[in-house]
Design a binder for this molecule. Structure first.
Ligand SMILES: C[S@@+](CC[C@H](N)C(=O)[O-])C[C@H]1O[C@@H](n2cnc3c(N)ncnc32)[C@H](O)[C@@H]1O
Length: 275
């Protein structure tokens, strides 16, 4: 996959938003930072740090754990997990500009000894084989068309009995041609299986003890509130980030909301392990 194709999803533009938000909060964006200062701005998934707290608890991640995150964005989840538990995290990100921001923020948080950033496509096998106690991922795997190759790569990277913890976009109905185009063009959706198909894909890759939680209704509500909150503060966002950025982000949030409200876009949590 070319890293440039995915830029059709406008959430991945305007990376300077983080520095502007920090400055607006009175924090030097180039100085030392804490994970708590960054958390409102560096998580590109739903429910912020609550999502990682759940993964830490469910997987029993502790200081001795070696974790990989697939599709780590600007590094919010990786830093949070490393900071809260003391574990080591390899943060794998496809897009070089997001990876560069992630590396800088990790250094500013003093976490470079625990969070290793790697830039590349998970399908090319950049994760060491048999190295990880768990692979985690938030809202990244739906960008990858070949789920069979993807889950095989993840299985390869895990130690025996290693765990997979994923939150991902799914389908729960047949999209109209217009909805399918929005999903493809505005969210860079490449693979959004129904929940039961997701389970079959994991089983085919050798995973066992597969649990699938349907998050569709919860995410439909979350993303609806998100666009309403953005609109309510749109003047503030446009003043801080500029009109073009505010329009792009609002349009992205609106598209996600429309797709969830259609009842056809869904969301899931998958927890599984290798034998
Ligand atoms: C919605 S973002 C979520 C980022 C992060 N997980 C978070 O929750 O803050 C998904 C990320 O997955 C990355 N990604 C997509 N395909 C990938 C691939 N084949 N290999 C590695 N990363 C990928 C994207 O570039 C993007 O930064």
């Amino acid at each position: 996959m070319a890293a440039s194709d995915i830029k059709s999803m406008r959430l991945y533009a305007h990376l300077e938003r983080i520095a502007r938000e920090l400055a607006a909060a009175g924090i030097d964006p180039d100085g030392a930072l804490t994970v708590d200062q960054l958390s409102p701005f560096d998580n590109l998934h739903y429910h912020g740090t609550d999502a990682m707290d759940r993964a830490i608890q469910e997987l029993g991640i502790d200081a001795g754990s070696n974790i990989a995150e697939v599709g780590s964005g600007v590094g919010g989840p990786a830093r949070y997990i490393a900071e809260r538990t003391g574990c080591r995290v390899t943060a794998l990100e496809l897009q070089p500009d997001l990876d560069a921001v992630a590396q800088k923020l990790t250094r500013q948080c003093g976490l470079a000894d625990r969070v290793t950033h790697r830039c590349g496509d998970v399908l090319d096998g950049p994760l060491e084989a048999g190295a990880f106690d768990a692979v985690v991922s938030w809202l990244a795997l739906y960008h990858i068309a070949d789920h069979a190759a993807l889950f095989a790569r993840i299985a390869e990277a895990l130690k025996p009995s290693g765990h997979l913890y994923v939150e991902d976009i799914s389908s729960r109905g047949d999209f109209t041609a217009e909805e399918a185009a929005l999903l493809r063009d505005k969210l860079y959706g490449q693979s959004t299986p129904r929940l039961e198909v997701y389970g079959e894909q994991l089983a085919d890759a050798g995973f066992t003890d597969i649990r699938l939680d349907d998050l569709s209704d919860d995410w439909a509500q979350f993303t609806h509130q998100r666009v309403l909150a953005y609109r309510a503060n749109r003047d503030r966002h446009a003043a801080l980030h500029g009109e073009e950025t505010a329009s792009d982000i609002e349009a992205f949030y609106d598209t996600v909301d429309r797709l969830f409200q259609s009842g056809k876009l869904g969301g899931l949590r998958a927890v599984a392990r290798l034998p």
